[in-house]
Design a protein. Structure first.
Length: 458
C-alpha cells in the first residue's frame, strides 16, 4: 500500500515505523527539516521537507498514486486542507485526519465529499479520555481496551502476591469461577512474552492479559490481584484539552473531581465550562497545596499537562503523599518504559493510543479494531471472518486447525451478539468477529492474509 503521512510528530513517526515494517511504501512529509532528519535511513521510508497541504509537495510525494493520505500535523486546518487537495487533485481513495478542535468536532457534517472530504477523523483528546476513564473504572488495570462495541474487553494487569490465582496453575481458575468464561491471552514475565497453557503457574509480578465479556472482567481481575474499592475521588493536573474533556466526562459519571491548573486565565475559563468539578489555581508540584486539598484521600491522581517532566514529578509527589493510584501523560516514548511500574502506576502515551486507532483504518481485510499493547510491542485485533469453507482459510475450521503465526492466540468471538470464549475445538463461522492477540507484530501481515477470502469469493 502506498501511504503518505503528513506530520513527523510522535504519531506520524510511530505510525510510519509500524507501517514500514509491514512492507508498505511510506512517504513522510514535514515542514521542519530536523523533524525528518535521519528517518529515511532508520525507518527505510522516503522523507520530504515541505508544506503538507501544498499541491506541489503532495505531488512530489506521489499523491497521484497514493492509496491513503494520513494527515497528523499539529494544525487542524493544515490537515483539512491537505485532504481537500488530495481529493480534488488526485482523488485519493482514503483520507484520514487528526482533528483536535472541539469547534470542528461538534460539526461533523462539514466533513463530507461535498465540503471537506475526510473519510476518518481521529481525535487524540477523545481517545485519551476514553483510555483514562477505563483505567479509573477498573482499579488495578494497566490497560483496558474494547472490542465488539464494548461487549468484549481485554485487560492488562499485574499479578500480585495476594491474588487468589497466584502460585497456582491457570486451569484452576475454573474451580474458583465455574460460571465465568475468560481467556488469558498472554503473559509477560520479566518482560518476555509467552502464550500460557492450562498448567502454567501464575507468578507474582506477571503481567497478564485477559479477554472476557465486559461484565465478567472485574470478577476475573479479582483472581490475580486484591479487589480494590471503586474509585470515587479524582484529582487531575492540567486543564488543557485532555484535562478539560476528562473532567467533564468524569463529573457526568458522578465522580468527585478536583482539577488543578497553573494559569489563572485558563483556570477561570475552565471553571465556567464545568458544573461539578472543583477548579483550583495552583501548581500540582506544590506540596502544601496537595496536602491542603487532601491528596491522601484521592483514589486517582492523573497529571495531564504538556510537560512530561512536570507530569512525572507531580505524580511522584502525589504517590508519596498518599494518592492510591497515580497516572501521568507522557509524550516521549523513551520515558514511558523508564517510568511505568517503577515510579508510577500507569504511564499514558497519547501517541500509542492514537496509533492504535489509526491502524484500525489502515489494516487489510475487514478489521474492526486495533489496539497497541505493551507500549506498542504487541497488538490486539478484531477482524471479521468472511466466506465459506472453500473460500476462507478460517471459516468452517476448528481453532486448533488454524495456521496461526507463532505467538498469536484467538481470545474471543462475537457471534450473533453472543460472546464466546473459544476452545481448541470451537469452529469459526462466517461473520464471526474474531479477537486475536499478537505477541510479535512482525506476524500481523500473516494474520491479515489468513483472514482474507480467496478472489473467487463473491
Amino acid at each position: 500500500m502506498k501511504i503518505i503521512i503528513l506530520g513527523a510528530g510522535q504519531v506520524g513517526i510511530s505510525t510510519a515505523e509500524i507501517l514500514a515494517r509491514e512492507d508498505n511504501d511510506i512517504t513522510l512529509i514535514d515542514n521542519v527539516a530536523s523533524q525528518v532528519e535521519g528517518l529515511q535511513d532508520r525507518l527505510d521510508i522516503r522523507t520530504i521537507v515541505g508544506s503538507a497541504s501544498h499541491p506541489s509537495v503532495l505531488e512530489q510525494a506521489g499523491g497521484p498514486d497514493a492509496d491513503l493520505i494520513l494527515a497528523v500535523t499539529d494544525q487542524d486546518e493544515v490537515n483539512m486542507a491537505a485532504c481537500q487537495v488530495a481529493y480534488t487533485l488526485f482523488r485519493t481513495p482514503k483520507k484520514i485526519a487528526r482533528i483536535r478542535s472541539v469547534e470542528f468536532l461538534t460539526h461533523r457534517e462539514i466533513f463530507s465529499d461535498e465540503s471537506i472530504p475526510i473519510d476518518v477523523i481521529i481525535s487524540p483528546e477523545q481517545l485519551v479520555t476514553q483510555h483514562v476513564l477505563h483505567l479509573i473504572e477498573y482499579p488495578g488495570a494497566l490497560q483496558v481496551v474494547d472490542f465488539a462495541g464494548g461487549k468484549i474487553q481485554l485487560v492488562g494487569l499485574k499479578a500480585y502476591h495476594d491474588g487468589p490465582l497466584v502460585g497456582r496453575e491457570l486451569r484452576t481458575i475454573r474451580e474458583d469461577l465455574p460460571t465465568v468464561e475468560a481467556r488469558v491471552a498472554a503473559i509477560y514475565r520479566h518482560n518476555r512474552p509467552f502464550i500460557p497453557e492450562g498448567d502454567t503457574v501464575i507468578e507474582p509480578d506477571d503481567e497478564v492479559f485477559i479477554v472476557a465479556a465486559a461484565p465478567h472482567i472485574p470478577i476475573v481481575m479479582s483472581e490475580f490481584c486484591a479487589v480494590e474499592a471503586p474509585s470515587q475521588n479524582i484529582m487531575l493536573a492540567g486543564a488543557g484539552k485532555i484535562g478539560l474533556q476528562l473532567a467533564r466526562t468524569l463529573e457526568q459519571n458522578n465522580y468527585q473531581v478536583k482539577l488543578i491548573e497553573h494559569g489563572a486565565e485558563r483556570a477561570r475559563q475552565v471553571a465556567e465550562q464545568l458544573d461539578a468539578t472543583i477548579v483550583l489555581r495552583g501548581d500540582a508540584a506544590d506540596e502544601d497545596l496537595m496536602l491542603q486539598e487532601n491528596i491522601d484521600a484521592m483514589d486517582v491522581f492523573c497529571s495531564l499537562t504538556n510537560d512530561d517532566e512536570a507530569n512525572i514529578l507531580s505524580a511522584m509527589l502525589a504517590k508519596r503523599l498518599g494518592a492510591r493510584r497515580t497516572m501521568a501523560l507522557i509524550n516521549r516514548s523513551a520515558y514511558v518504559d523508564l517510568i511505568e511500574s517503577s515510579v508510577l502506576d500507569v504511564a499514558i502515551s497519547p501517541s500509542l493510543i492514537t496509533v492504535g486507532s489509526l491502524l484500525t483504518h489502515i489494516r487489510r481485510g475487514d478489521t474492526i479494531a486495533v489496539h497497541s499493547l505493551r507500549r506498542g510491542a504487541a497488538e490486539a485485533i478484531e477482524t471479521i471472518a468472511h466466506g465459506d469453507a472453500t473460500s476462507s482459510n478460517v471459516v468452517g475450521r476448528r481453532i486448533e486447525e488454524l495456521s496461526l503465526p507463532s505467538g498469536t492466540r484467538v481470545g474471543a468471538l462475537l457471534r450473533n451478539q453472543e460472546v464466546i470464549i473459544p476452545h481448541h475445538d470451537t469452529i469459526i463461522e462466517a461473520e464471526d468477529h474474531v479477537i486475536l492477540f499478537v505477541i510479535d507484530k512482525k506476524h500481523i501481515r500473516d494474520v491479515e492474509r489468513l483472514f482474507q477470502v480467496k478472489v473467487t469469493f463473491v
